[in-house]
Design a protein around this ligand. Sequence first.
Ligand code: BES
Ligand code: MN
Ligand code: ZN
Length: 494
Amino acid sequence: MDFALLSTVNPALVPADALIIAMTTQGLTPTGLALDEASAGQLSAALKAANFEAKLGQTVSLYRLNNISCPVIVVVGAGDSKEFNGRALQKVAAQAYKALNSKMQAAYSFLSELTVTDRTATQVISDIARSTLEVDYRFDQFKSKKNETNNITMTLVVGDELANATGQTALSWGQAVATGQSFARDLGNLPPNICHPSYLAEQATALAKGQRKLSVDVLGEKDMEKLGMGAFLAVSKGSEQEGKLIVMNYTGGKKGEKPVVLVGKGITFDTGGISIKPAAGMDEMKFDMCGAASVFGVMKGILAAKLPINVVCVVAAAENMPSGRATRPSDIVTTMSGQTVEILNTDAEGRLVLCDALTYVKKYDPAIVIDIATLTGACVVALGKVVSGLFSPSDSLANDILQAGEQSNDRAWRMPVLPDYQELLDSPFADIGNIGGPNGGAITAACFLARFTKDYTWAHLDIAGTAWLSGAQKGATGRPVPLLMQYLQHRVTG
Ligand code: BES
Ligand code: MN
Ligand code: ZN
């Protein structure tokens, strides 16, 4: 699908397959009123007959109204206009798109007429594009029968002040975020027999092809041995697949400007290792590389948006398997930082690959570091699948990330990383154990990482609940790509 921007039009004369208009509980928007007038009240009569209440996300399609050239009018409920915020807009845009059919070639959307309480007019354009593309996403490459492809062009009617370069920039931004998010979803949804560490490394190389500002470096297990990454290797050694540390270095910003460093957990399948997981639902552990996928998604989005910023993306890619070479519970390893770890549970592997990656990134002299990981089941227990867990000793970084989450409808919620929890990680035999007992599991996992991130400003996003959906809608969400893109944009524009 594609988008276009247009200034004012006479909605009754638009040559399209469908018009999309909104209605709040307060009434129709100006375009709705104009169409009602053109059809001599037929539009409002039809809405009344359909008992349309304008509840948020409710849709109704009206066909062939008098004196209106377009055969289909999709009316989307926006709820109370006083409460119409960015989240509501996302819902409205998504429902509107779902009401169209795949045969349509052209739709005109008048949704940007809505006033959104917590969004600027340009953000509204970005959000409509992103939310629409999010619904348009399909993952059918392993189905013999593919979904019908949609060749629709959605024209956003935005008025004179935005049918220009400013509006186009906003539209492109929304599309860039969606492109990154879709890429993250694709990588997350791929089966683990295809998407293994070397596959991820190839994706990085493919991203960098023809890109002057992006360079890629892939470290194999031998390289990591030289660096003393004993924790990472303790995870990857149980697998036939070689572990990889993938570095994507994007230099879109000023020379000498310290980079933002993003580190993604890329466990391409998490069996638990010798501390093996129960069978039920284990298939979902293919999503244990969704932190890595989000980091790839952000890099793709940055390239699409040509963001003037320096960003280093690092992916700690390994497969957590039981085997004759696998780590045993009670094995002790030395991390790249020099700290020793007693591995008490091989299923707490995310923190092991991450701690060495987090030590490694010091060499980039980062402005800030954010790691993104499907780290703990405890985080899902605490926060469900609505918000990502945010952990950071820095109030200012935490607040910036929370704000980016609000602005992108990809919310996070702050949790503590207080030193008081550190003693739960004590080990009788090594500097630190890799598990912290039954209580506060998401927090003790963050506290483990905190021991490796003291030399820079750091935040950790636990996306165990938000990275994918289960049940009938099973699939990767592409979160937190929107949050991270928003954060980076904010760093650029202030
Ligand atoms: N990848 C899992 C965390 C996870 C579990 C994410 C379920 C989403 C849904 C992680 O590697 C893990 O196994 N964590 C353990 C830690 C425990 C052994 C301390 C967990 O959460 O149970
Ligand atoms: Mn695990
Ligand atoms: Zn895991």
